[in-house]
Design a protein around this ligand. Structure first.
Ligand SMILES: Nc1ncnc2c1ncn2[C@@H]1O[C@H](COP(=O)(O)OP(=O)(O)OP(=O)(O)O)[C@@H](O)[C@H]1O
Ligand SMILES: [Mg+2]
Length: 375
C-alpha cells in the first residue's frame, strides 16, 4: 500500500470501509441510486470509484464522470460523451457538428435538447450499469453563476434531465452522485428538491472501529516502520476526526521526520504534527478556499472559526451570536446569519455541536486554523 496524500485512491491503495461498501452495494442492487454526501476530503471520490470497480467485478458496466472542472453546459455534455463514447450502443447516434475531442461552438443546454435527447435514447437501460457523477453540485453552482439572466432554467433542466434518465421504466442504470457541498441543500434552496426525491442519501464519514489502527499499521509496514499500540492511540487521539486523509497527511510527515529509527515515538508524532499544522501548511487550503463560496457570509464564518480555534472546549450558540451582533448591530439579523453559517459549517465538516457547545470537528484543522488566523 502506498501513502497517497491528496489524490483519489484506487485498487490496493484503497483501505477499509467494507461495511459501507456492502451497504451501498445492497442499495444499488436493489435498484437505488445514491447521493454520496460528505464534507470535503472525507473520501467520496475514492469510495465512488471503489463502487464502480465493485460493479465491474460483478459484471456491470461502470462509468466515472467528474464535473469538478465543468463550468458550462458544453463541458458537461463533453465529459459525458467522452466517457461514454467507445461503447457499442453509443454508436447508435451521431451528433451533428459535435466532436468530442476538439473544442466547438458552445451551446445552451436547455435550448439544445437534441444532444440530451440523443443521449437519453442511447443509454443502455437494459444492462446493469453504474454511472458515477462526481461534484455535480459544483457544476450546477457554476452553471447558475455563469447564467447572466440569473435564472435557474439550465440548472433545473440538468436536474430534470438526469431525473428523466433514472425514471425510464425497466431501467437498470444506477447512479451515484458525489457532492461535497450538499446537493440537497442546493436543490432545496432553489426549490428543486423534487428533482432528487427518488435518490437515496448515503453518508460516509471517518474510519470506524479498528480501521484507523489497521490503516496506520499497513502504512507503517509499507515503510518498514513500527508503531506500538499506545503510540497509534496517541496519534489517533491527536487527530480526533479519523479521516484517511488526515492519517495519510500526518503519516507522511512522520516518515519525513524519521531518520534511522524504525520505531516511531510520541516525540516524532508531536514534531510531525506541529510541522503539519504550521501556518504555511498547504494541506488545509481546501478548507479556507471553500469559504469564498460563502460570499458575504464569509467574513462572519471567519469570525466564528477564529473564535472556535481559540476555544478547545467550545462555545455556546449565544456567545457566538454575540460576536455577530457586534458586527451587524441587529440581533435578529445576527441570528439569521448565525443559523445559516452554523448549518453550513456543520454540514461541511468544519464544526460540530455537542451538549450545547460548538467546537471544531477536527482538532487537526483547529490547530492549523489557530496558527494561521490567530497567532
Ligand atoms: N478508503 C481510503 N483508503 C485510503 N485513503 C483514502 C480512502 N478514502 C480517502 N482516502 C484519501 O483521502 C483523501 C481524499 O480522498 P477523496 O479525494 O476520495 O475524497 P473526497 O471526499 O472526494 O474529497 P474532495 O471533496 O476534496 O473531492 C485522499 O488523500 C485519499 O487518498
Ligand atoms: Mg472528490
Amino acid at each position: 500500500m502506498k501513502n497517497i496524500v491528496g489524490s483519489i485512491v484506487e485498487k490496493e491503495n484503497f483501505f477499509g470501509r467494507e461495511k459501507e461498501i456492502n451497504r451501498a452495494w445492497e442499495l444499488l442492487e436493489n435498484g437505488n441510486s445514491l447521493i454520496l454526501a460528505a464534507p470535503r476530503r472525507v473520501g467520496k471520490s475514492s469510495f465512488a470509484k471503489k463502487m464502480k470497480d465493485k460493479a465491474e467485478i460483478e459484471g456491470w458496466k461502470g462509468y466515472y464522470i467528474d464535473l469538478e472542472k465543468s463550468k458550462t453546459e458544453t463541458d458537461f455534455i463533453k465529459r459525458f460523451l467522452t466517457v461514454l463514447k467507445g461503447e457499442k450502443w453509443f454508436e447508435k447516434f451521431k451528433v451533428d457538428n459535435f466532436k468530442v475531442s476538439v473544442p466547438y461552438v458552445s451551446f445552451d443546454i436547455s435550448k439544445n435538447e437534441d444532444i440530451c435527447q440523443k443521449i437519453e435514447q442511447a443509454l443502455p437501460y437494459s444492462e446493469d450499469t453504474l454511472i458515477v457523477i462526481d461534484e455535480l453540485t459544483i457544476f450546477l453552482d457554476n452553471l447558475h453563476e455563469d447564467n447572466k439572466k440569473n435564472d435557474l432554467d439550465n440548472v433545473e433542466f440538468v436536474l430534470n434531465w438526469l431525473r428523466g434518465l433514472r425514471q425510464v421504466s425497466g431501467n437498470k442504470i444506477r447512479w451515484i452522485f458525489c457532492s461535497s457541498i450538499g446537493i440537497e441543500n442546493f436543490a432545496s434552496a432553489h426549490n428543486l428538491s423534487y428533482t432528487l426525491n427518488d435518490v437515496t442519501s448515503f453518508a460516509i464519514d471517518e474510519l470506524k472501529g479498528n480501521e484507523p489502527t489497521l490503516f496506520i499499521k499497513e502504512l507503517a509496514e509499507s515503510k518498514k516502520l513500527t508503531f506500538q499500540d499506545d503510540v497509534i492511540q496517541y496519534l489517533l487521539n491527536k487527530l480526533g476526526w479519523k479521516l484517511p486523509y488526515f492519517i495519510q497527511l500526518l503519516f507522511k510527515e512522520i516518515v519525513d521526520f524519521t531518520e534511522s529509527e524504525k520505531e516511531i515515538s510520541i516525540d516524532t508524532i508531536d514534531k510531525a504534527y506541529a510541522h503539519t499544522i504550521s501556518k504555511n501548511s498547504i494541506h488545509f487550503n481546501t478548507w479556507f478556499e471553500r469559504l469564498n463560496e460563502y460570499k458575504e457570509d464569509k467574513q462572519y464564518a471567519l469570525i466564528l472559526l477564529k473564535e472556535l480555534s481559540r476555544m478547545k472546549a467550545g462555545k455556546s450558540r449565544n456567545s457566538l451570536q454575540s460576536l455577530i451582533v457586534e458586527k451587524v448591530l441587529d440581533v435578529d439579523k445576527a441570528e439569521e446569519i448565525l443559523n445559516r453559517i452554523l448549518f453550513l459549517l456543520d454540514k461541511e465538516g468544519y464544526i460540530m455541536e455537542s451538549a450545547g457547545k460548538y467546537t471544531f470537528r477536527s482538532p487537526f484543522l483547529r490547530d492549523f486554523w489557530y496558527n494561521r488566523f490567530v497567532l
